[in-house]
Ligand binder design. Sequence first.
Ligand code: GLN
Length: 255
Amino acid sequence: MKKKIIAVALTAVVALGSLVGCGSASNSSSGSTGETLVVGTNAAFPPFEYVGDDGKPDGFDVALIKAIGEKAGFEVQIQDMEFDSLVSSIGNKIDVAIAGMTVTEERKKTVDFSDSYYEAVQDVIVAKGSNIATADDLKGLKIGVQLGTTGEFIADEIEGAEVAAYNKAVDAVNDLNNGRVDCVIVDKNPAEVFGAQFPDQVDVLPGTNFDFEPENYAIALPKGNTELAEKINAALKALKEDGTYDSLVKKYIEE
Ligand code: GLN
């Protein structure tokens, strides 16, 4: 118990330290200009973010924001947290968030977004052999989603649907395999990863079959901080021009 309290206290000190360090000069030795950028993510969304073999967050988004940090002169510090807490943590616990986050009008009331870096869509994961095929078939179903995501927002609009929201999308897929939900609505790339994890149990159906709209991923930024937005957008543009972006797509998404 005592150990736990010490750990909690230490975490608080570290969190406070990073808060003070936000966007201000720190005496770090590894950063080129010494500025720390605390980046929130939710490392349960492969291939964009997941916990790597070394226990640290890895994935396309993690690599992308590190490359952005290198270009823009930030020392990137990743903070893993629940997806649903990311937007409200910007400007307090974290500086920015990268988490396969879709640009939405609702989120834009609280945060700004960088230029978009990826186009996605929601897919539907069903049990193998299921006869779910079109938007009409989703009506009245029990639908698993990840809490606070665009998948949940779409499911909430489906007539008669009962929506079960999980902190991690993989838990929704596990409940599909247990027969507790009829399908799962989740972003295309993670859906494909989960499909490959359970090839005998599930099929992944393209969201276009259900008339789902394309979505754009972008980095969520503190509202009104145009200086930070310009730095991040300039770095993103440079990475697209010099081939880094494409090589990260190849490494993390297409492999
Ligand atoms: N793209 C979805 C959203 O922004 C899901 C993101 C996620 O679960 N990491 O809501």
